[in-house]
Design a protein around this ligand. Structure first.
Ligand code: UD1
Length: 379
């Protein structure tokens, strides 16, 4: 059972706009939208709902502190679980909340996690308009839980805010009416622009004794990489090989940490000298990303952040829903082809690797465009 907690101290004026955040990659997307809506005081009353999909301090609270996000008005405390039960718990609790509160003008969901899908479905079935931030991204790999979440959320959303041109093409192909779609740019980059100076001020790479622009940063958490023993084994071997010739820093996601223990791989990592860290706060992650020689990842957001920062990114996935990070950015998708990964890293070492070009709408002002559109549509 979920239990709903409410923050009694919030007063509101104007049409209520409910924003949903649930898992780590949601927080840096919601923060700029909240900030932009709060600048329209009186024109709308933003309400923040935290589903509790992620709940550890390192996966949740630290982002609220660092990104200056207001305390959630409502916490659904849904927690972890299998997809069906987690999604179901979020739906039940969010529906109860919506039914017990004055009807909002609309609900804003971001990204592609289970909380995004759950809250979009509940809202639309109650006849409440839904806006989806980061709409239209497609990996065309339906074995990814996030791809199902994207397709369904976009199908039921009224307003679809797109971050890169492929989003518009994908939505048109799925028959979504163009008047529902707005190209606004990338809110993820709003957070990078807003937090970069604070992250640099941490001086973290020096404090961790990392050689500037000469270490690799690794992030991994996709089920397709970490839940399959043979695949995780191959990745660990690749990382060990990398660490035999350079410093490798690896903040370990809770899912990955649990699998490393379960599959008996933790000791190999420890012996290899790879610098394992707890999951990092937003600013700490940005600080390491900016100073890394390159990043090895399976995250979606990290592909975008590295493109903005001009840092080479080697993506251990067979597809990306963010193709502009390849065509215009610094990303290469290598899948499980570690030979290709080695060739890419050799190019990075030789400074012959592509450097990328700025991307349209990745300018720190996407959330302002979203807030303007929401107020115009939902007032
Ligand atoms: C979820 C998202 C994924 C996103 C990722 C970022 C879905 C389908 N997946 O994956 O798109 O990239 O978040 O982290 O929504 N756990 C903790 N503490 C927490 C949260 C999770 O220990 O605060 C552990 C639990 O054992 C849990 C496991 O991590 O079962 C996985 O968490 P879950 O939210 O199911 O999926 P993620 O792998 O985090």
């Amino acid at each position: 059972m979920t239990k709903t907690r409410r923050n009694p101290n919030r007063a509101s004026a104007g049409p209520r706009i409910v924003l949903v955040a649930g898992a780590r990659p949601n927080f840096m997307k919601v923060a700029p939208v909240l900030r932009a809506l709060n600048q329209h005081a009186g024109a709308c009353a933003p309400i923040l709902v935290h589903t509790g999909q992620h709940y550890d301090d390192t996966m949740s609270s630290v982002f609220f502190e660092q990104l200056g996000i207001q305390q959630p008005d409502v916490c659904l405390d849904a927690g972890s679980g299998a997809h069906g039960s987690q999604t179901g718990r979020i739906m039940t609790a969010f529906e109860e909340y919506l039914l017990a509160s004055p009807t909002p003008a609309g609900v804003v969901v971001v990204g592609d996690v289970n909380s995004t899908l759950a809250c979009a479905l509940v809202s639309v079935k109650l006849g409440i308009p839904v806006a989806h931030v980061e709409a239209g991204l497609r990996s065309f790999d339906r074995s990814m839980p996030e791809e199902i979440n994207r397709v369904v959320t976009d199908a039921v959303s009224d307003l679809l805010f797109v971050s890169e041109p492929s989003g518009e093409t994908n939505l048109a192909r799925e028959g979504i009416a163009p008047e529902r779609v707005r190209f606004v740019g990338n809110v993820m980059i709003d957070s990078v622009v807003y937090e970069l100076a604070a992250s640099q001020a941490l001086d973290l790479p020096r404090r961790l004794n990392l050689p500037p622009k000469a270490f690799a940063l690794v992030t991994l958490h996709r089920p397709s990489n970490v839940d399959i023993p043979e695949q995780l084994h191959r990745i660990v071997e690749f990382l060990m090989e990398l660490s035999s010739r350079m410093t490798v820093v690896f903040p370990v996601h809770p899912r990955t940490g649990a699998r490393l223990v379960e599959f008996g791989l933790l000791k190999c990592l420890q012996r290899s000298g790879i610098r394992q860290l707890e999951p990092l706060g937003y600013r700490e992650m940005l600080a390491l990303m900016e100073q890394a020689q390159f990043v090895v990842t399976d995250s979606g957001g990290v592909q975008e952040e590295t493109t903005y920062l001009g840092v080479p990114c080697v993506t251990l996935r067979s597809s990306t829903e963010r193709p502009i990070t390849i065509t215009q950015g610094t990303n290469t998708v290598v899948g499980s082809d570690f030979e290709l990964a080695r060739r890419v890293i050799a190019e990075i070492d030789a400074s012959t690797y592509k450097s990328g070009r700025p991307v349209d709408g990745w300018d720190g002002r996407a959330a302002t465009r979203i807030a303007d559109a929401l107020i115009q549509s939902w007032q």
